[in-house]
Every structure is written in structure tokens, then in C-alpha cells.
Design a protein around this ligand. Structure first.
Ligand code: BES
Ligand code: MN
Ligand code: MN
Length: 457
């Protein structure tokens, strides 16, 4: 559409500088030190919604960080798209590994470097800019509701209640989310599923205080050694997870479905080289794409205990701890898996230690159908702006609220993500390619257009 093209090219520098301003706000949801910055970011998002042409936009306080909600209703009889995204970001540490400040965005080689550049400020902001393009050119083909939360990176604990309390206000025909990745600009793809999550924390306690490792070592069980053994025992020699019942409900895919997943372009050598690893690892009998898309996994996210400061201290620690998360696939229940983990971890603990297991946040896996009008509208939008049919892929990440869109609001979601796997999300030097940012702004209006046409027609 020429009007869209013109508006975009006339405003592209501003579209970029506005994003950079948003990236300067350190909206780290996990760290209470940034609470005021998170609130400031919510305000900025609200102002942008109004400037983009929303009829109304408001800050909705929660017992955690606020949700920003805006809408532009042009005709209640037209279809409605509910856009979801998040303005909160992951903590930036380790700071010393960043080549420029995480909240001082810079553009190098056509890439925007900053925490949140891709996940998810850059991607959610494309929707506000796409809305602006459609609103200012008087070409909005449907109603748009837009909900941007500030707690995605800490588990969306208050958003579920917001959905319950605002069912009427959030009524829509589809949810549209840009918070996932695609294979590459040459191979555009659409994720057709997300994994679920069960996040646990464990503490293993031995003696009632730290001990001299010469005086007591060899005679008292070391909780750090015990914890390592317990963790190591949770994968067998084929890298299957050993928690009893863990795989019971896992949905096994047909040969045809597996073949489709493995037909996506993927170069194992490039994958290894890019990560600096000599060999890949994983569950026997599955390819790398299957291991990260359709199979459940268990990972240690952090492990600590004893002396980790400068120099050496000869100590036998009293406690050792770990944070362990499991990625889940359709039909596995996050609560059930948390219970199984807890029982198993308690059972395998030897008598010389005591263990404490606590569950953090979780969420359920989802699959988004690839034969729905909404998916087809997204695919057609990609064809329009990339000149290529998108490849459906199964993504490995999690967005817990997506399962609740279906459960609470009865809405399906389309995951129209423009990130790349090497965007370093959650890592130092997170980036988002300027080209992907513009391409997203260009593509999103077509989704609205084709979706509106398909629902009407
Ligand atoms: N945007 C990501 C999820 C994602 C990343 C999906 C890449 C697909 C591809 C999201 O912000 C995220 O990081 N989610 C967390 C879970 C959350 C409960 C902290 C995750 O996947 O670890
Ligand atoms: Mn995200
Ligand atoms: Mn994230």
C-alpha cells in the first residue's frame, strides 16, 4: 500500500530515535531498584499509544508493575486484533561483557545494541508504529487493542488476574504477538508453538555451619558435591530426564510432523561455530531442531555454594543451591511437573543432607494452528513484504500468558516475531537489526488488512 510506504519513509528516522529513547529507560522488572524506571517506561509507552492515534490509553496498576492498555475502535462491527507485548527487560549483568552500555543504545553495522532492543521493546514498539502508520493514513482495517505489560520477564504473575477482570474490555478475534524469532531475513518463518516452563529452586543443607575442610572434610558429606551428583543423575546416558513420569503426557509427533520440522533450513556447523562449541548435546534420537522445539528439557540456570570470592578459602560449605528450570511441551502440566520434580528431588537426597525445593513461576506450552485464517493472514503478510512463503517452526522459548489468552479469553495467538536467534536476548550485547525493525513495521499493517478481510469475507 503506497500510503503506508510513504508514511514510513517520511518518518523512519523518528521511528528509530523514539525506540532508542525507550531503550534508554532501564525497565528491569526483576530488580526493585528499577521500580521507578519501570513506571517511567510504562508512562512513555502510554504516551506513545496516544500519539500513535489510540482513542484512549491508560496505566493499569497491579500489585507488581503496571500494564499499559490502549485501544482504537473504529467500528465495533469490524474484527478486533489484540496486540500483546512487554516493556520490561531482563537484568543487564554481567555488565563487563557489554561493548557499550546496556541502556545507552548505539547503532553499529545496522544493529541496535541495548538491553530490550529485541526482547521486547524493539518488537512491541513496531506495533505502536504500525498502528501510527495505519491511523495517520486513515487506513486502519480493523479495531486494535494493545496491551503491553511490565512483568513478562518475571513470569507475568499479575496479568492472569487482569485478563480475568477485563474479559469484556479485552474482547477480540485474535491475539497478535511479536516476541519470538524467525530463521533469517532470507528465510522468514513463523513460530507455531511455544514451550511451557516449570522453574524450581533447590537448597541442599549438610552440617549446621560452614566447616574447616581439613578438620571435617572427608568425614562429613559436602552439600555441593551431593547437589552436583543429584543434578547429574537427572539425565541418563541418553540424556533422557530421569524424573519418573516426566514423559508420560508428552505429545509424540508423527513422522510427517517431525519431517516438516527438520526440513527447515539449519546448518549444524554454522550453529556450532557461532556458539563456539565443538559438539552439540541432547536427547538421543532427536535432532537439534527437535531438541529445542518439540522435546522437554531440564537445565541448571544457576548453581552456587561455598566460597566463590577472591583467592582461596578452605571450607566445607553448609549449603549448596541451584535454580533449575524445565521446558515443557503440549499436554505436560507445569504444576504436575513441579510436583514430580519436588518428590523426585526429595527422594534421591541421601540421608546425610536435607533438601528444600521451592517452585517459582511456570506456564503451559501452546501450539498455534497453521491452518487458521489468522495464521494464513500472517503468512500472506510475510509473502507481501518478504516475497517468500514463511516456514512454520516450533520455538523453544516460553511466553506463559499465551496459554491464558486461550483459557481465559478464548483467543488464539499468532506469533509474528522478527527477532533472530543470535540477537543475544537475555545475554550481553543484545541487539536488534534496524532492517528487522523496519520490516516489522512494514509487515504488521498487512496482517491487520488480511486478517480483517478474512474475517469479513
Ligand atoms: N521473548 C521471550 C520468549 C521467546 C524468546 C520465545 C525467543 C521464543 C523465542 C520471553 O521474553 C522470555 O524470555 N520468556 C522467558 C519466560 C519467562 C517466564 C521469564 C523464557 O522463555 O525463558
Ligand atoms: Mn520477550
Ligand atoms: Mn525475555
Amino acid at each position: 500500500m503506497q500510503a503506508w510506504k510513504d508514511y514510513q519513509s517520511q518518518n523512519k528516522d523518528r521511528f528509530l530515535s523514539e525506540l532508542l529513547d525507550l531503550l534508554r529507560i532501564p525497565s528491569v522488572s526483576a530488580d526493585s531498584k528499577y521500580k521507578a524506571d519501570v513506571a517511567r517506561c510504562a508512562d512513555a509507552v502510554k504516551e506513545h499509544m496516544l500519539k500513535a492515534g489510540c482513542d484512549k490509553a491508560e496505566i493499569c496498576p497491579t500489585s507488581g508493575h503496571p500494564i499499559v492498555y490502549g485501544e482504537k475502535i473504529i467500528d465495533p462491527k469490524l474484527p478486533t486484533v489484540l496486540v500483546y507485548g512487554h516493556y520490561d527487560v531482563q537484568p543487564a549483568d554481567p555488565l563487563e561483557l557489554w561493548t557499550s552500555g546496556p541502556f545507552e543504545p548505539v547503532i553499529k553495522d545496522g544493529k541496535i545494541f541495548a538491553r530490550g532492543a529485541c526482547d521486547d521493546k524493539g518488537q512491541m514498539f513496531m506495533h505502536i508504529k504500525a498502528l501510527e502508520v495505519m491511523a495517520k493514513t486513515n487506513t486502519l482495517p480493523c479495531n486494535v487493542k494493545i496491551m503491553i505489560e511490565g512483568e513478562e520477564e518475571v513470569g507475568s504473575n499479575n496479568l492472569g488476574k487482569f485478563l480475568e477482570d477485563n474479559k469484556e474490555r479485552l474482547k477480540a478475534d485474535i491475539v497478535l504477538v511479536s516476541d519470538t524469532s524467525m530463521i533469517s531475513m532470507e528465510h522468514p518463518s513463523i513460530e507455531s508453538g511455544l514451550r511451557g516452563l516449570a522453574y524450581m529452586e533447590v537448597e541442599v543443607t549438610g552440617p549446621n555451619r560452614d566447616l574447616h575442610s581439613g578438620v571435617y572434610g572427608g568425614a562429613v558429606a559436602n552439600p555441593a558435591t551431593i547437589l552436583c551428583k543429584m543434578i547429574a543423575s537427572m539425565h541418563d546416558e541418553n540424556n533422557h530426564i530421569t524424573i519418573p513420569g516426566f514423559y508420560d503426557k508428552v505429545q509424540n509427533l508423527s513422522d510427517a510432523e517431525r519431517k516438516a520440522i527438520n526440513s527447515a533450513p539449519f546448518d549444524l556447523k554454522e550453529y556450532k561455530d557461532e556458539l563456539g562449541i565443538k559438539e552439540v548435546w541432547g536427547e538421543k534420537g532427536y535432532t537439534t531442531l527437535e531438541r529445542t522445539g518439540i522435546r522437554p528439557t531440564l537445565e541448571v540456570n544457576g548453581i552456587w555454594g561455598g566460597y566463590t570470592g577472591e583467592g582461596a578459602k578452605t571450607v566445607l560449605p553448609s549449603k549448596a543451591n541451584a535454580k533449575i528450570s524445565m521446558r515443557l511441551v503440549p499436554n505436560q502440566s507445569s504444576d504436575e511437573i513441579s510436583d514430580m520434580f519436588k518428590k523426585h528431588f526429595e527422594k534421591i537426597a541421601p540421608d546425610n543432607v536435607t533438601v528444600k525445593v521451592t517452585a517459582h513461576h511456570g506456564g503451559e506450552a501452546v501450539v498455534t494452528p497453521t491452518d487458521s485464517p489468522a495464521y494464513k493472514a500472517a503468512a500472506k503478510a510475510i509473502v507481501t513484504t518478504f516475497g517468500k512463503e514463511p516456514i512454520p517452526t516450533r520455538g523453544g522459548g516460553s511466553i506463559p500468558i499465551v496459554a491464558l489468552f486461550e483459557k481465559t479469553l478464548g483467543l488464539k495467538t499468532v506469533l509474528l516475531g522478527f527477532g533472530l536467534d543470535n540477537d543475544n536476548i537475555h545475554s550481553p550485547n543484545e541487539k536488534y537489526d534496524v532492517a528487522n525493525y523496519y520490516k516489522g513495521i512494514e509487515t504488521i499493517p498487512y496482517f491487520h488488512k488480511y486478517f480483517a478481510e478474512s474475517v469479513k469475507g
